[in-house]
Design a protein around this ligand. Structure first.
Ligand SMILES: *Cc1c(COP(=O)(O)O)cnc(C)c1O
Length: 384
């Protein structure tokens, strides 16, 4: 049995990697090289001619991530935004995109403030409303882009249902799987054409690398993406690929604990009088809990909750926390907390924020893997 055909935890540790043929080194070396000696002009060792095009450390990471998502092809980028940009470069002026209405702030900015100038029409849609989504398609719709769970409202979108709509109309479906991670949800198996990750988050898991990835099963799509990756050049360095390979070896263990801690904290907040609303896909009160149970095997480490006061109460709570750090980003082993209205989603126009329910009292937790009793104790002292 090869690493590629084994179960998730084995693939996390071995897929894409073997002991270095030259030395037996167990860890894939950091091939810190820009170019490669050719045996004869135009005769490369494998496909290694120049490191923008291909690099052995990156290649191992690309194969590893492809395996974790149940795909055939992986491409890595210098950031999640670089990965998204590679997909958007596949479009032409006049094309239309259906974009999930509750997305990462940088995704919104890339679609609506960069690609709008290149003649791409972006339609924001609540993709939990399937009838409304169907109506948003036109003859020009080439791509549907979604995140699930969404950011910051943690809406859960039915990937298989959206995929059926896309297939009927010949549009690509791209799913940003950053929040769910490949441990909990595999969009390619549910019909998505492309999976996107900000590997800065759970894939990296230690808040020390910025990176992105695209994974697909379809060779024709992969070739198109690879052409743009090489032409535009938003590739990661070998050192960052090495760090991410080290990270994926523990992703299943980390994500398991993130989920366990988040479930306990979500239940604690739900029973707390200072919080008027707790949004976590694992709670029975979550509006799409049934969809979450169907397509995810656990519910992730992100929780969004609304405090009873306004901005000042939320600010005071955040400032008093000692273990949770006030920071953007998510998915690291350490717990973070933020205020979407003033931090991650400040660039979203106020009308759209209001429409989505991003109120001033909203706080978003990225629950880490510390001792959960200490995390709950920290929240209690900050609220007291
Ligand atoms: C962070 C993030 C991105 C952007 O990734 P970068 O690595 O910061 O460029 C995209 N999507 C989601 C869901 C994210 O959380």
């Amino acid at each position: 049995m090869s690493a590629e055909t084994s179960r998730f935890a084995t693939r996390a540790i071995h897929a894409g990697q073997q002991p270095d043929p030259a030395t037996g080194a167990i860890m894939t070396p950091i091939y810190q090289t820009a170019t490669y000696a050719q045996k004869s002009p135009g005769k490369f060792v494998e496909d290694f001619d120049y490191s923008r095009s291909s690099n052995p450390t990156r290649k191992a990471l690309e194969a590893n991530l492809a395996s974790l998502e149940g795909g055939k092809f992986g491409l890595c980028f210098g950031s999640g935004c670089g990965a998204m940009d590679c997909v958007l470069h596949q479009l032409s002026p006049g094309d239309e995109v259906i974009l999930c209405d509750d997305v990462y702030g940088g995704t919104n900015r890339l679609f609506n403030r960069v690609y709008d100038r290149h003649g791409i029409k972006v339609v924001l849609v609540d993709l939990t409303d399937l009838a409304g989504t169907e109506k948003a398609f036109t003859a020009k719709t080439r791509l549907v882009w979604l995140e699930t769970p969404t950011n910051p409202m943690l809406k859960v979108i039915d990937i298989a249902a959206i995929s059926r709509l896309c297939k009927a109309r010949g549009a690509w479906l791209a799913v940003d799987n950053t929040f769910a991670t490949p441990v909990l949800q595999n969009p390619l198996a549910l019909g998505a054409d492309i999976v996107c990750h900000s590997s800065t988050k759970y894939i990296g898991g230690h808040s020390d690398v910025v990176g992105g990835a695209l994974i697909t099963k379809d060779e024709a799509i992969h070739e198109k993406l690879k052409f743009v990756q090489n032409s535009v050049g938003a590739v990661p360095g070998p050192m960052d690929c090495f760090l991410l390979l080290r990270s994926t070896k523990t992703i299943h263990v980390r994500v398991e604990r993130h989920c366990e801690n988040a479930m306990k904290i979500a239940r604690h907040l739900e029973a707390h009088k200072r919080f008027t609303r707790v949004i976590y896909p694992g709670l029975e009160s979550h509006p799409q809990h049934a969809v979450a149970k169907k397509q995810m095997c656990k519910f992730g480490g992100m929780i969004t909750a609304e405090m009873d006061g306004g901005l000042e109460d939320a600010r005071r709570f955040l400032e008093r926390l000692k273990i949770f750090s006030i920071a953007e980003s998510l998915g690291g082993v350490e717990s973070l907390i933020e205020s979407p209205a003033i931090m991650t989603h400040a660039s979203v126009p106020p009308e759209q924020r209001a429409k989505l329910g991003i109120t001033d009292g909203l706080v978003r937790f990225s629950v880490g893997i510390e001792d959960v009793e200490d995390l709950i104790g920290d929240m209690e002292q900050a609220l007291g």
